[in-house]
Design a protein around this ligand. Structure first.
Ligand SMILES: [Zn+2]
Length: 152
């Protein structure tokens, strides 16, 4: 199934949570044949989110190549998902607990917060909850912005 293949390459909440989000939002039935258009809508949402983060992934890769050519040690990425093409950009360790908003809205907000450099201000990048830090899972929206690596 095409949607599942896409999720292996780009799943903002991680594979399981993103699938759960798309399946519940677009009412994807257990038997896809009974509602194939739900899958098309889900794929649309995923593609829209992916289009938002592509420029950033490309810019990051270019920056890394430049640093290598100049012989500079590449500094550890502030956001681990940068090196994964923004896969898991808003990783949710619990597949049932993830933001309710559309993926493009969430992805856009995280990218915006990072670009503005506000991501260490003690607020959740996704829902804005305070008393939060980069490496913890947000108690409100379920996102662990430190990425998958921080929780293994
Ligand atoms: Zn949150």
């Amino acid at each position: 199934m095409r949607l599942r293949n896409c999720l292996y390459h780009f799943a903002p909440y991680g594979f399981h949570a993103t699938w759960h989000h798309l399946a519940t939002t677009h009412h994807i039935p257990g038997r896809i044949e009974s509602n194939p258009s739900s899958l098309v809508r889900a794929l649309d949402e995923l593609e829209t989110a992916r289009a938002l983060m592509l420029p950033r992934a490309v810019a990051f890769a270019a920056q890394r190549r430049l640093q290598k050519r100049e012989g500079r040690r590449v500094p550890a990425a502030l956001h681990p998902w940068d090196s994964w093409g923004c896969h898991d950009i808003a990783y949710c360790p619990d597949p049932q607990k993830h933001p309710a908003e559309p993926l493009p809205v969430v992805v856009d907000r995280v990218l915006g917060a990072c670009a503005a450099g506000t991501d260490r201000a003690g607020r959740c990048l996704v829902c804005g909850r305070e008393d939060w830090d980069l490496w913890r899972v947000c108690q409100n929206c379920g996102v662990a912005s430190g990425g998958r690596g921080a929780h293994h």
